[in-house]
Design a protein. Structure first.
Length: 128
């Protein structure tokens, strides 16, 4: 996290870039998360990769964090690792994939439908 800027600060003419070294190193991290809209309870893992194995690890950890006799429903987009045949889904979790045509638009509606929160400007309350 953070800005990838120059290694030193310099005054320079407006509209032009100064010559100088730039730190080009970076590392990515991916957030796997689940939130209960009613209670606000959450579970998250930060993983170094996006893969079926990482998703299986997330589902296993999420499953163990649930109370006994609780069935969780996760609404997922169409990412390849969400529907892989090798994905290990625990018995107390149900995966519900969104149709490709709804995708991000309905996810934004779900995210904005929490109680005590108004809609985000420009968002739609109805899926097509």
């Amino acid at each position: 996290m953070g800005q990838k800027g120059r290694t030193a600060h310099r005054w320079w003419e407006r509209g032009q870039r100064p010559a100088g070294l730039c730190d080009k190193r970076f590392t990515s991290a991916y957030l796997y998360a689940a939130v209960c809209p009613a209670s606000g309870a959450d579970f998250a893992l930060v993983m170094p990769t996006v893969s079926t194995t990482a998703m299986s690890l997330f589902l296993d950890g999420f499953s163990r964090s649930l109370e006994p006799d609780v069935q969780a429903v996760l609404v997922l987009d169409q990412a390849g690792w969400h529907g892989s045949r090798t994905l290990v889904v625990p018995d107390n979790i149900t995966l519900v994939p969104l149709p490709p045509s709804l995708g991000r638009r309905c996810l934004s509606v779900l995210a904005n439908s929490r109680p005590k929160r108004g809609p985000t400007p420009g968002s739609s309350r109805n899926c097509p």
